[in-house]
Design a protein around this ligand. Structure first.
Ligand code: HEC
Length: 129
């Protein structure tokens, strides 16, 4: 079993827990959390600027590192990841853990339930580019 898959299995448990917790405690929604934790580097939705990170529109079901006109690291291009809820949660929780050498050397302060909200926001509100 690869490190990535071990990580994803562990995160599947976390995901179940986080989803339960999100029902109990109201707080900022996925859109607000995205603005706080991700928008400094990523655009998403109507806004089309490319920032330090790639645009995140249309990533649901897409292979990681394949947007055109973005200079990805070889690490993410060769990762073989496909973006769905589990991979996004794993990535947002610790990008370097699942893709060592990624340029998204970024540490946020999101709680597990907030990570799930951001992942669902990206998957549910995706505009196909
Ligand atoms: C400090 C800047 C920065 C922040 C903040 C940041 N990212 Fe990133 N992100 C990047 C960079 C740079 C890459 C490209 C990684 C690479 O090439 O290895 C990236 C890549 C990604 C990708 C892969 C996209 C693709 O086309 O495959 C996703 C998904 C992503 N980030 C989600 C997020 C989310 C969600 C947040 C907020 C929780 C976030 N990022 C916060 C810089 C950032």
């Amino acid at each position: 079993m690869s490190t990535v898959h071990k990580g994803l299995t562990a995160l599947a448990c976390l995901l179940t827990f986080a989803t339960d917790a999100s029902r109990a405690e109201p707080g900022p929604d996925g859109s607000t959390l995205f603005l706080l934790a991700c928008q400094a580097c990523h655009s998403f939705g109507k806004e089309s600027a490319t920032r330090i990170g790639p645009r995140l529109d249309g990533i649901a079901g897409k292979q990681a590192g394949t947007a055109t006109n973005y200079p990805y690291s070889d690490a993410i291009k060769n990762s073989g990841l496909v973006w769905d809820r589990a991979t996004l949660v794993a990535w947002i929780t610790g990008a370097e853990r699942i893709v060592p050498g990624t340029l998204m050397a970024h540490h946020n302060h999101l709680e597990p339930r907030e990570v799930v909200l951001v992942a669902d926001h990206l998957l549910d509100n995706t505009i196909k580019p």
